[in-house]
Structures are given as C-alpha cells and as structure tokens.
Design a protein around this ligand. Structure first.
Ligand code: HEM
Length: 453
C-alpha cells in the first residue's frame, strides 16, 4: 500500500466492470467498516463510478465544517430529490441558507420544549393501547409513533391509522428507490417504466396528496394554526413572492421523511438492547419510576431522565441511523494532506465512525455508562450522529426530546421481550434498521404508567 498521501489507495477486492458492487450489495455495513483498515481516505468503485470514502474524524470534520462551501451534498441527496427538489435536506447554496434561516427557529431547544406536551399526547394512545402478551413489529410501531409526532407537532395534523400506514409505506418506498439509485447510478434504469419505478411514482403521489390536504386546510383557515406550515405559507421573498404549493409540499415531505424513520430506528434498537440487558432495563425503570412519580412528562421533567438520555446517546453511537452520507467536491479541494479533484464523489459513515476502536474502547459493546457525567467525552468529531457544520441535522433537539420521551413512556408501562431465538441483524438501507424485530409486551405492575401519561 502506498504511503504518499497524494495517492488515495484503492480498496482490495475490486472486480472487473462491477468494482466493489458485490460486497456493497451483500453486506455494505461490514464492507464499509473493513475499509477503515486501508487508511483515512480510500477509494472504491461501483461499476464505472469511483467513490472516495473518508474514515478519519478530523478529515470528516474538515469536509463538513471549514471546507463545507467546497462540497455539495452529493449522490445520495441528488437521488433523494425524489421527495421534491427544493426541500431543505437536498437544497444547495442560497436557497438552502434562506430556507434554513426561516425554519431553524422552529427547531431551537427552547421551542422544542414547547412541543413536549403535544409529543406526549400524540404517542400515549398508541402506548396505552398495547395489551399484555401482544407481539409487536417494533420498528413499524416506532415509525408510526415518530411519524405521527412530526405530523402533529409540525403540521398540526393527526392522520388516522390507515392514511398513516400509507404515508409510512410511501416514504419507505421512495427512500428505498433513492438508495438503490445512488448505489447503482444507471440513469436509464430509473427512466424505464418498470413495476418498481411505477411504484415510486404512486408513492410520491400518495405523499403529495396526503400532505396537500394538510396544506389546503391551513390555507383555508390560516388563523387556526401556528406551525411550520403556517410559517411556510406566510413567507415572502424580497420581491414579495410567496412559496408555491409545490415548494411547500416538498419542504413538508422532506421534514416528514428526515424526521420519522431516523428517530424510530433509534428507539427500536434501544429496546432491542434493553431486551438483552435486563440490568440496564431495571436501571431505566428505577429512573422513570422516580422521575415520573410526581406526574406526567413535561419539559421540566425531561432533563431529569439522565440515564434514559445516556441510553439514547449509546444507541445513537452504536446504531447511528445514518450509515451513508455523501458529498461531491465542487472544486479541486485539499482534505488533510490529499488534494481531491473537482467532481470527486465522497462518502462518510457515522455508523462506521462510531464503531472505530481507535475512538471507543470495546466499540461493539452497548455501554450507556460511556456517557456518565464523570466519564471523559469522546474525542472531538468522534460522535456526530447528526452530522456537523452548516448541513447538521436541523431536528437534533427535536429528536433527542422525542426519543427520550418515548423511551421513558414505554418503560413506565411495559417491558419489551425479544422473541426467543430470534436473530436480529443491522441492515443498511436509508437508515440502519433491525432486520426484523418482534418483541412481546409484558405489563409492569406500577402506578407510574398512569401518572406519566
Ligand atoms: C435520531 C434522529 C435523527 C438523526 C440521526 C438525524 C441525522 C441527520 C443527519 C446525519 C443529517 C445531515 C446529513 C448531511 O450532513 O448531509 C440530517 C439532516 C437533517 N435532518 Fe435529521 N436526523 C434525525 C432526526 C431528525 C428530525 C426529527 C428532523 C425534523 C423533524 C430532522 C430534520 C433534518 C433536516 C431538515 C436535515 C437537513 C438539514 C440541512 O441540510 O440544512 N432530522 N439529519
């Protein structure tokens, strides 16, 4: 292997014509982790396309912060324009900055504190509807909860179970298509009228119809609402022009997509780990029973759930939902010692970074006590589940509050038990989700549950 930093090594195992497509298709999470051994920056190829993988935390930080203006969001986000080309997560340059400045105040920590009661009232009916002995598909259950939370907090909408399932399935479908198209970027395949491509068109239509109804209701009764849709409806640019319905739809769908599955898989993994570690589960129950003994979860009580938050941190570390984040160099750019030509496609992986043994001792062990106040913090740039810099997740405070709240509310009533003998694997699709996670519900006989909700 070369030691000249100007020459980026190419990962072994490349096959003629297809490059590294096979390991990427078969077990992409393991493949990406193996790449760490080949250096801070390494190249892989997928068919004719070459992709540069950045492994070192200092280089990732440089790319996301000080050099952020020299990169666009890259291949995956290009394909995620399927949700709407103007939405914040995929917008670039000035439109991105303007829209981010507009919406960011709705996601500030202080503002999120004002959402806690709505979050609680949205998820409580689902949690209290479970029966002792039920077996849940936990990922779907959590997805519906987080999707409903985004819809009720940000759009003042409460979809009934059937449309909620349809929205969920449509978001899933578009995500799957975007990832497939990013991993196998053959334009012709995307344009053929195949069954899959038709399904994507239908899914987009379902999403736009569902969200369109919410926007229409806001237009008809502007004084009845004070949420992100009202904000988008009221905005005017310097010439007095408002956003079109299509732009508003894209923005709202973008938030729904960015904010639902991510938090849901964190919760699914958190309960998976608790099912394997009864000692940690007991500590969670003790905390929840103590903090919520006085009454329901509120913005004041949430920060007292310190161990619950440690569990969320450790889940965000070990099962970072984002496993593939892309960028593209817009000019020739120096990253560390290496010069990258304009047009270089790059990826980095929060999932891989957080499992680096050089950054975390015994990295594969689920250990929430890494985050105990007396323990040293991880090195700078080593824990970035929400990214960093100007494209850092806008919903991070929202996600922290929501995940802590749902974990505590579930734990106040139930123990979730894994199916005996079930093998659960992490699968890297748009997020890292459990291959299948069916968990049995067992009632905890406490009085906290009634007070917490
Ligand atoms: C545990 C939950 C979540 C995780 C791990 C997560 C992760 C991320 C990451 C890594 C990015 C940056 C991608 C990049 O650098 O290219 C991002 C962007 C974003 N996220 Fe999240 N996210 C979560 C929850 C949410 C929630 C709840 C919302 C909103 C309700 C949200 C809205 C957004 C938006 C709007 C962006 C784009 C920001 C921009 O480009 O300016 N996310 N998220």
């Amino acid at each position: 292997m070369t030691t000249d930093p100007q020459v980026i090594p190419i990962a072994p195992g490349r096959l003629p014509l297809i490059g590294h497509a096979l390991p990427l298709m078969r077990d992409r999470l393991a493949f990406l982790q193996r790449l760490r051994a080949y250096g801070p920056i390494v190249r892989i190829t997928v068919g004719p396309k070459e992709v540069t993988v950045v492994n070192a935390p200092d280089l990732i930080q440089e790319m996301l912060t000080v050099k952020a203006d020299e990169f666009t969001k890259g291949l995956l986000f290009e394909k995620l324009k399927l949700f709407g080309k103007d939405a914040l997560p995929v917008a670039e340059g000035k439109p991105h900055l303007t829209r981010r400045r507009l919406m960011q105040p709705a996601f500030h920590r202080q503002q999120v504190n004002g959402y806690i009661e709505t979050m609680r009232d949205t998820v409580t009916p689902a949690i209290t509807s479970w029966q002792h002995g039920d077996v849940l598909d936990l990922k779907t259950e959590m997805q519906l909860m987080t999707q409903n939370t985004v819809m009720s907090v940000l759009l003042s909408a409460r979809p009934h179970p059937e449309p909620a399932h349809a929205i969920l399935q449509s978001v899933d479908r578009v995500f799957t298509a975007a990832l497939r198209r990013a991993l196998l970027p053959v334009l012709l395949l995307e344009r053929l009228p195949t069954r899959r491509n038709r399904q994507v068109t239908t899914a987009s239509r379902i999403l736009r119809t569902a969200v369109g109804a919410v926007v229409a209701e806001h237009r008809a009764n502007p004084d009845a609402y004070d949420d992100i849709v009202s904000l988008l409806l009221a905005v005017q640019d310097e010439t007095g022009k408002c956003l079109s319905d299509d732009e508003i739809l894209s923005e709202v769908i973008g938030l729904l997509a960015a904010g639902s599955e991510t938090t849901a898989v964190v919760l699914a993994w958190l309960f998976y780990e608790l099912g394997r570690h009864p000692g940690l589960e007991e500590r969670l129950h003790d905390e929840v029973d103590t903090v919520l003994a006085g009454g329901p979860i509120t913005a004041e009580r949430l920060p007292q759930l310190a161990f619950t938050r440690q569990l969320v941190s450790e889940t965000l570390r070990l099962y970072s939902p984002a496993w593939l984040v892309t960028r593209q160099a817009t000019t020739s750019v120096q990253l560390g010692q290496t010069r990258l030509p304009a047009g270089t496609d790059l990826v980095w992986s929060p999932y891989t970074l957080h499992r680096d043994p050089g950054l975390y001792p015994d990295p594969l062990r689920f250990d929430p006590d890494r985050w105990a106040p007396e323990r040293p913090r991880p090195p700078k740039g080593a824990f970035i589940p929400f990214g960093a810099g100007k494209r850092q997740c806008m919903g991070d405070a929202f996600a922290w509050a929501e995940a802590t709240l749902i974990a505590a509310l579930v734990a106040s009533r139930w123990r979730l038990r894994p199916e005996p003998g079930a093998v659960v694997r992490p699968v890297g699709e748009i997020t890292v989700h459990p291959s299948a996670l069916r968990m049995a519900v067992a009632a905890r006989h406490t009085t906290t549950a009634r007070k917490a909700a």
